[in-house]
Design a protein around this ligand. Sequence first.
Ligand code: NDP
Length: 281
Amino acid sequence: MATIINGKELSIKIRMQVKEKVQELQKKGIKPRLAVIMVGEDKASKIYVKNKSKACNEVGIEYEEFILNANIEMDELLELIRKLNERKDIHGILLQSPIPKHLDIYKAFQTIDYRKDVDGFHPINIGRLALNRKTFISCTPYGIIKMLEEYKIELQGANVVILGRSNIVGKPLAQSLLNKDATVTICHSKTKNLEEITKKADILISAIGKPKYVTENMVKQGAVVIDVGINRLETGEVVGDVDFEEVAKKASYITPVPGGVGPMTIAMLLHNVVIAAEYLK
Ligand code: NDP
């Protein structure tokens, strides 16, 4: 039976470290502050934003929320971002995705001052990650790396297979793992013979958003399995991409959903806000 990677426990440890750093900064007269922009009334986003606000509160990061009407024009969104860029009391800016389809999210990300881009989505930060330079690493990939390191899972030379190539999870995760000397394969919806590929993984990471898609036959005996997926079933139950019960019998380590990658994502956001505050001082 696999060892469960306890993301919740580790996230609490990281939050404590962030809290101490916030107190140190406060002594120097710096009050780390995060601005969160939400456009429209997406139900899941509302929950995420509420969780972020609560987490900031707990570690002493000041939090300011901007909720914009779903039918705003692009110019209005950009104007708000530019105002927040200029404000010296704001260290981190986060634009909650998704935003309504008529708005250009890439243009919005690009307009955020890259030194305040705590989500790591600005092209400069993505480029710096690709060049293996100091940067903001997006929160979910960063959280996964932290978990693997905490559990002393060898990354150097490890054969890592990632399911999903999104700009927020799959791609930055692949880049981060490559920077840690792993051998990385990225799979997506057009990948052929998926099972053949996943079965060779020392570390298998799924970020596709399909409930219980990763079954026991896709996993090598003793593999480390990281489940990024968050899928809400009709019953209201939240499950990952991995068939946890069956895969846990074969894996050496596994993350649960909930309580795995999710809490780490928020912890790394808080961490990135502190980095931003130190960056801008
Ligand atoms: P996207 O929908 O943007 O990307 C999904 C990716 O999965 C795409 O690259 C897609 O391929 C690929 N994919 C879909 N079906 C298959 C398949 N059958 N085999 C292989 N690849 C497939 O999702 P996100 O990256 O935003 O999120 C993925 C999941 O992670 C979601 O459940 C989301 O809720 C969760 N999530 C969790 C976070 C956390 O903190 N725990 C944070 C962010 C996301 P293609 O590119 O070809 O379409």
